[in-house]
Ligand binder design. Structure first.
Ligand SMILES: [Zn+2]
Length: 268
């Protein structure tokens, strides 16, 4: 070995060792992230469902000390797919697209981006989030990451628990559908998020990804044609930063389901 090659030889030997040392040892890394936030409303008799969908029913089957001396509790529940914090699977509005059990796990877990549109929604309860709103977010926080899960904060979560304030009407049944008022995502923005940003999923804190007065549900159709699912009635958005977090939205795995109850969390 010549003198000139010696430093390179030394580097070749030590570089992998240095790389190993730079990473903290397995035991020093926390198994669970430092901060975990629940973005899910609890399911109970008051949980808000689509006006035509009924509500959440919990039937107590057992609750007490048994004859043999141990305590035992068990319930059964009945629920529509689309109520409370829930998944809309692409099959909900587009034939041949993913059902709840078919959505790849990788599409339900990813880097999150929180777009705050409360100001515009406070001015107009039927506001539809536009491309300009997301471009304004990008001007501050940088381009949306490829494969992002985009969460829209309309401020509607503060109305949760008050059906009339949250949905625009306290009516239920088919008559209620024409009275709905709440913000959503504009179909043009839905298309832009799919085409220009390749998002994995979109969620928001209102009952539907299309705004209340929608009759053709074009944002649903646009997202779902591209197999991009939606998360509705999302909670806890006040606790999130604008960027730098991970979202995991894991629905009940209903075979052939058009959606279903969702446990959605974020961490950073
Ligand atoms: Zn839904």
């Amino acid at each position: 070995m010549t003198r000139t090659l010696l430093p390179f030889a030394l580097f070749a030997v030590t570089a992998p060792w240095l790389a190993c040392q730079a990473r903290p040892p397995e035991a020093a890394r926390p198994a669970v992230p430092e901060t975990i936030v629940d973005l899910t409303h609890a399911f109970d008799a008051e949980t808000i469902y689509w006006p035509t969908a009924g509500g959440f029913e919990l039937e107590q089957l057992a609750h007490g000390v048994t004859e043999r001396g141990f305590f035992y509790a068990a319930n059964r529940f009945c629920t529509a797919e689309h109520g409370g914090t829930h998944l809309d699977a692409p099959i909900h509005f587009f034939e041949g697209r993913h059902a709840a059990d078919e959505i790849p796990l990788r599409q339900l877990i990813g880097r999150g981006a929180l777009v705050d549109v409360r100001e515009a929604c406070a001015r107009d309860p039927d506001y539809r989030v536009r491309v300009e709103d997301i471009e304004a977010w990008e001007a501050v926080h940088g381009r949306l990451p490829e494969d992002a899960i985009v969460l829209l904060r309309t401020g509607w979560e503060e109305r949760w628990g008050d059906r009339a304030a949250y949905l625009g009407t306290a009516l239920t049944g088919p008559e209620a559908v024409g009275e709905l008022h709440f913000p959503g995502l504009h179909p043009d923005a839905a298309g832009w998020l799919v085409r220009e940003r390749g998002v994995k999923a979109v969620g928001l804190d209102t009952p539907s990804i299309d705004h209340g007065p929608s009759e053709l549900f074009e944002s649903h159709v646009t997202l779902f044609e591209a197999n991009v699912p939606a998360f509705e009635n999302v909670a806890g958005l006040a606790e999130l930063p604008a960027t730098g977090f991970v979202v995991a939205a894991l629905p009940m795995k209903i075979r052939g389901g058009t959606g279903g109850p969702l446990r959605i969390v974020a961490w950073w």
